[in-house]
Design a binder for this molecule. Structure first.
Ligand code: GLN
Length: 529
């Protein structure tokens, strides 16, 4: 991805670089960390109507950038992330910075500590520019269900989409995917070089695919969850969103490893400092799961899937069809397990310890009930309700235990495919390119999640690493991503294959009509939003 491919101002050209490229520019003094940080903050302001950010941390960011400049000037760089602006989904705790989960119940909550992943990035000199918008408590696949309103996909304003003659921006804008839609939109609209998302059932990969950026979900336990406000503890993983696979690898190396504050973390395997150059695609066996030819898969996404599979084949990789027979049960199984863990996780939000407390105080029970009613949206409340139902003594075996057993079968499907010699699986990430917002909100959240997460949820239930790489534009001019799934703790191999794939597909850089702010501003006037 080079600066010359962007039809934007010189400022945007600098912002469109990868971490590797901009880090080089910082080292060579072609730009200072402070200038870079200001450009990003400016870009956030210019693209405000995308609604990708809940909080902008301008003051702290400038301070951090100035510190990075001091180090860089004195030849004391902390490494590849020193001075690099990044943003974080607003369900990661950030010290002295409000952390809301896009929920009324956490409005005003200011954590006294940083999530481990945030701290690790700050320790490497990265500069936090803001907190990204999401679906409330990361429940959703569209970033349409948070209290701060929906996130707009930056590709809604790209020339590729608008050239198709779509005249009414008010009704034509498309969703960013979710639940980490703000993070995906931030990286795609060039206001941050790296964004953290969270991935429980696909929430990093789904918006990655719809926003045309790289999104990595590492092996469960490889990256600490400490400070990530939990959705489903047994599946949650911090996700990494960048503009290149190489950048994702750089960030994973920094984030991975045991954390004494998260007992589920594991020691990171030893890997080379960067992705191997001498990698031979002929040594790789790619599996194509036949069950992933799911109902609702768009013809274009299917065509891309076939095209890229042929690319692997032509280059000498072995490509073969495999079977993951329990895929068909994964949505239901995920739903039961998710609701059960949600019911237990959400119990802590009772108006006493964090955030919102209802003014109704006639009794403790009344205060709990109204606090939770006022604090949670329908999606959260319905999952809490379902989870408590599944966990009732008389239902426990029928739902929770059964779902646990099916989860095991789903994981075993993957295991048997990998032990038969397959190195990675190639699948679609989402069923199609991004839906228009007005179409997306026609259906209820559960149906949407059920449809959209079919390729991503099984991976979380098995704890495997997976990555989405943007591969092409649809006829609507919107990104289509493909997913690679790897074996447990083989994240590095996965990234190596993904890097190869990225080089082959040559995904185009986003281009805006004149510039993004203008299109967004015009739209804002039209919609009055
Ligand atoms: N869409 C899924 C859900 O709503 C996944 C969410 C996620 O990965 N955070 O549960």
């Amino acid at each position: 991805m080079s600066a010359s491919s962007v039809a934007c101002s010189p400022a945007a050209a600098m912002l469109s670089l990868s971490i590797r490229e901009v880090s080089q520019a910082l080292k060579e003094g072609r730009v200072s960390a402070t200038e870079l940080c200001k450009k990003c903050i400016n870009q956030i302001q210019r693209t405000k109507s995308l609604n990708a950010y809940i909080t902008i941390t301008e003051e702290q960011a400038i301070e951090q950038a100035q510190q990075a400049d001091n180090r860089l000037r004195n030849g004391k760089s902390l490494g590849p992330l020193d001075g690099i602006p990044f943003s974080v989904k607003d369900n990661f705790c950030t010290e002295n910075i409000e952390t809301t989960c896009a929920s009324n119940i956490l409005k005003g909550y200011v954590p006294p500590f940083n999530a481990t992943v945030v701290q690790k990035l700050l320790d490497q000199g990265a500069v936090l520019v803001g907190k990204n918008n999401l679906d409330e408590f990361a429940m959703g696949s569209g970033s349409t269900d948070g209290v701060y309103g929906p996130v707009r996909n930056p590709w809604s304003y790209a020339t590729s989409y608008r050239e198709e003659g779509r005249g009414d921006p008010d009704s034509d804008w498309v969703i960013a995917g979710g639940s980490s839609g703000g993070s995906g939109a931030a990286v795609a609209s060039l206001s941050s070089f790296l964004a953290l998302g969270s991935d429980t059932g696909g929430s990093t990969r789904n918006p990655g695919s719809l926003c045309g950026v790289v999104a990595l979900k590492p092996t469960y336990g490889l990256v600490s969850r400490h400070g990530l406000i939990p959705l489903v503890n047994s599946m949650d993983v911090p996700g990494i969103m960048t503009r290149s696979v190489h950048d994702a690898a750089t960030v994973l190396r920094i984030l991975q490893g045991k954390d004494e504050k998260d007992s589920t973390t594991i020691k990171a395997p030893i890997t080379s400092p960067s992705l191997p150059e001498d990698f031979n695609i002929r040594d790789i066996c790619v599996g194509i799961p036949k069950e992933y030819h799911a109902p609702g898969l768009s013809e274009e996404t299917l065509a891309q899937w076939n095209r890229v599979a042929s690319m692997f084949e032509r280059a000498g990789a072995r490509v073969r069809e495999v079977s993951l027979p329990h895929t068909q049960h994964s949505i239901v199984c995920y739903h039961v397990l998710c609701c059960c863990e949600v019911a237990s996780n959400m119990a802590r939000f009772d108006g006493l310890e964090y955030g919102h407390r209802s003014a109704v105080d006639s009794s403790t029970d009344a205060m709990y009930a109204t606090t939770r009613h006022e604090g949670f949206n329908n999606v959260v409340r319905s999952r809490v309700l379902s989870g408590n139902y599944f966990l009732l003594k008389q239902n426990y075996e029928r739902y929770f235990l059964k779902a646990q057993q099916i989860r095991r079968l789903i994981a075993e499907d993957f295991e048997s495919v990998f032990t038969s010699g397959v190195d990675v699986l190639l699948t679609p990430t989402t069923l199609s390119d991004a839906a228009r917002y007005i179409d997306f909100i026609q259906e209820d959240n559960r149906t949407r999640s059920a449809q959209d997460d079919i390729f991503t949820q099984p991976v979380n239930m098995a704890g495997l690493p997976a990555i989405t790489v943007p591969t092409a534009l649809s006829h609507r001019g919107l990104p289509i991503g493909l997913q690679l799934i790897g074996q447990t703790l083989q994240d590095w191999k996965l990234l190596t294959v993904a890097h190869w794939m990225e080089q082959q597909v040559q995904f185009p850089m986003i281009r805006f009509n004149e510039d993004l702010d203008r299109s967004v501003r015009e739209q804002t006037h039209t919609t009055g939003s």
